[in-house]
Structures are given as C-alpha cells and as structure tokens.
Design a protein around this ligand. Structure first.
Ligand SMILES: Cc1ncc(COP(=O)(O)O)c(C=O)c1O
Length: 405
C-alpha cells in the first residue's frame, strides 16, 4: 500500500480502449500486453460485443435468476455445453468471476458427496504453485506461499501435491476422503507461467476416473483461445467433471463466470437444493456479451488465425533469449508467455530489487502495459493482435530490461 499512497505516486488513469490498445487520460497509447489481467480476448470496444451489450441493456440489464430464466443465460448455457462432446458437460451454473466459478465447483463437489452418503469426502487435492482465486475456499487451495499461507488453514482441507507421482503415491486412507482434484490445465498462471509436462492432464483424468474422484479444471485463465484451442483441456482430449470459466468468457468486457458439470452431478441434486448463488448470477448483460464473443470466434475464425501469431511470438522470444543472457527462460503455452529474467551471470535478481515490476514500468514508456509475476514478465495480449503489435510488445520489454539492469 505504501507506494500507492505515497504523495509522489502518479496513478495511470485509463480512459479508452480500442482493439488491442488502451489510452490514458493524457492521450498516451499502450498495447494491452496482459489483456487487462488475462481477460480481454477480441480487443477493446469490439463492435459486435458492444452492440450486443447495448441491445441487451435496452431490453433487460438484470433480473434475478432465482426461480426465473432469462433468454441470453439460457442461450449461453446451450452454446457452452455445445463446445464439449455430447453428453459430457451438460449443465451450467453461473456466478460472477473466476474465484466464484471455482468456489461453486468446490461447493457442488462437497454437497454431491454429502448427498451420496459420503460426507467424509471433504478434502481436495491441489497443486503446489496453484492459484484458484481469492474467495476463502478457492484461496485455501492455492499453493503460492505469499498469497495463500495466511488463509490455507482456514478454508477447505487441502492435500498439496506437485506431480502425478505424488498423487499416485497417496495412501488408501488419504484417497478415501477426497472430494476432488483441482488443477489449472496445461499451465499455471500466477505461479509464473509454468507449463505442466505434456500428458500430465491426460494421466490426471485417468487417475480421477479410476478412483472415482471428480476432476475440477480451472480454465479461468486458459479458456477462450489462450492456449491455441478454445479450451486447454481439448489439447489432451480431456473432459473434466467440473469446469470453471470466467475472465475471457465475456470477451473480457463484463464480470461473468460459469461452472459446467455433468448429468451425474446434476441428477444427484434432484431431490435436494444446491445452496449457493449470487445476486447477479446469470446476468443478462454478461451472457449477451459472452454469446457475442463466441460468435466472434466463429465469424472471424479467430482460432484458425492464431497458430501463425503463436509461432511469430515464439520466434521473437527465442531470438531475445539467444542474444540476452538476462533472459533465463521463456515459457510459452499458445498465446500465453512468461519471460523469466535474471542477472547476466545466471543468478536471479535480488527479490528486493523487484526487477520484474521495474522492467514492466519502464516498458510503459515504450507503449506496453503488462504486469510481471515476480521476475517473470508476462505477455498475453488479446488474440486480435497483429505481428507488428507483438514486435512492439517484445521491443518494449527489451527496452525496459535495458533501462533497468
Ligand atoms: C487460474 C485462475 N483461477 C482463478 C482466478 C480468479 O479469478 P478472478 O480474479 O476473476 O476471481 C484466476 C485469476 O487470475 C486464475 O488465474
């Protein structure tokens, strides 16, 4: 809080967005290098999404989803279910953001086991380095000490593992109390863009099926094209028992989240009630925006246009790493990239130097907005960027690093 409250602090005030760019109150333009904290998909002010929101706002901006339906929420649920193989994820429950999408999956899993007469199943397997949000349940499954140590013991019981081998080594007693396994598929975001070994997700699905433990995939960051496919789980032919979606669901325009699940889970609740809900769940504006965003994916063939851009970014980052010893590692999964920086002799920068933050701040002067995870610089621009925008982004980071070290 101290630097933010310091009298000399001059906050960045953003007033407008157009395509992949944001504009501040002085008219300066910045490439949105982290898609406004991993949310924006098709660029700011996309006319199809803006139009859908305006039209819906004129008809009905909000109504409670308690005991009532609304048209965009029903249409969106259908569209989301149709993204997955028929008969797999068939039901959709709405909430507001990534944390609540995960929280809702946890609550559903817990109550599902209670209904099945297995109330002892209260513990979730989560992975070291995980980030699943900031509500108490989701945060207690987080595995980043700085964020989570203060709450880990206060929420749902967690069993922390770091690999498939560790999961496979769980004893029968440990397995017996499991309510679910939660993972960010393919890549952990807040841990510093750390990719899982190829095949891990498939093995995890097989393990969960063999032991009848629900698999909860948190695609809050990876969903909606970030990894090159609409959802990361497609890459390993996996369908989870619960899927948490948010951030890019509305194209990054409005807060809306969805937790998808199976008929098995839904049917278990038929004689019961799922005691969970937020005032704005199923909000018609958010659902209209999400429907419009899905249409843009189709009409603009967004996913087909991605592979050359992903390769182009790969090339830029590879060349930077080759000619700068301060780039210690480049981790990329589709259109999500983390560039780990450190000293030229291979040692990390001292943490108190906050070099990642300084480099990102310096990159602003070169027209890029992004945030690091410690000393990992994050590049995750909207999917609509062009090659020239990627050139600008990488050049701005290079300049930022040059200026600071
Ligand atoms: C993988 C993952 N899950 C959940 C969340 C929480 O989402 P929100 O900030 O919308 O609550 C995040 C946020 O960064 C995330 O990256």
């Amino acid at each position: 809080m101290t630097p933010w409250c310091a009298p000399e602090h001059d906050p960045l005030v953003l007033v407008r967005g157009e395509g992949a760019y944001l504009y501040d109150d002085c008219g300066r333009r910045y490439l949105d290098g982290n898609s406004s904290i991993w949310t924006n998909i098709h660029g700011h002010g996309h006319p199809a999404i803006v139009g859908a929101i305006q039209e819906q706002a004129a008809a009905l901006a909000h109504c409670s989803a308690l005991g009532a339906a609304n048209v965009p929420a029903a249409q969106l649920a259908k569209a989301l279910v149709e993204c997955f193989p028929k008969g797999t994820l068939t039901k959709v429950f709405y909430s507001d953001d990534g944390s609540t999408a995960v929280e809702c999956a946890l609550r559903m899993a817990l109550q599902f086991w209670q209904i099945q007469g297995q109330a002892h199943r209260t513990r979730f397997v989560a992975f070291k380095g995980a980030y699943h949000g900031d509500t108490l349940g989701a945060a207690s499954l987080g595995g980043i000490p700085a964020f989570h140590d203060c709450v880990a013991h206060l929420g749902v019981p967690r069993l922390s593992v770091s690999s498939m081998a560790a999961l496979e080594a769980l004893s029968l007693e440990e397995r017996r109390d499991l309510a679910g396994v939660v993972i960010e598929p393919l890549i952990q975001g807040a841990a510093g863009m750390r990719c899982w070994p190829s095949g891990l997700l498939r093995s995890l699905r097989d393990w969960c099926t063999a032991h009848d433990v629900p698999l909860i995939l948190d695609e809050v960051m990876t969903g909606f094209g970030r990894t090159g496919t609409l959802f990361a789980c497609e890459r390993e032919g996996v369908v989870p028992d619960f899927l948490a979606l948010a951030k890019g669901l509305t194209g990054g325009t409005l807060p809306l989240a969805a937790t998808l699940t199976t008929d098995r889970v839904f049917d278990a609740f038929r004689g019961s009630t799922f005691y969970y809900g937020h005032s704005y769940f199923g909000n018609p504006l958010g659902c209209a925006a999400a429907l419009a965003s899905l249409r843009v994916f189709e009409e603009d063939d967004v996913l087909t246009a991605l592979p050359p851009k992903i390769r182009y970014l790969e090339g830029l980052l590879h060349r930077w790493q080759q000619d700068d010893p301060r780039v210690h590692a480049v981790r990329q999964c589709g259109f999500i990239a983390g560039i780990e920086i450190g000293q030229a002799d291979g040692r990390p920068f001292p943490p108190e130097d906050r070099m990642g933050a300084k480099v990102c701040l310096a990159a602003r002067k070169h027209g890029l907005l992004t945030r690091p995870v410690l000393d990992t610089l994050v590049l995750m621009p909207p999917l609509c960027v062009k090659e020239a925008d990627l050139d600008l982004a990488v050049e701005a980071l290079r300049e930022g690093l040059r200026a600071e070290s």
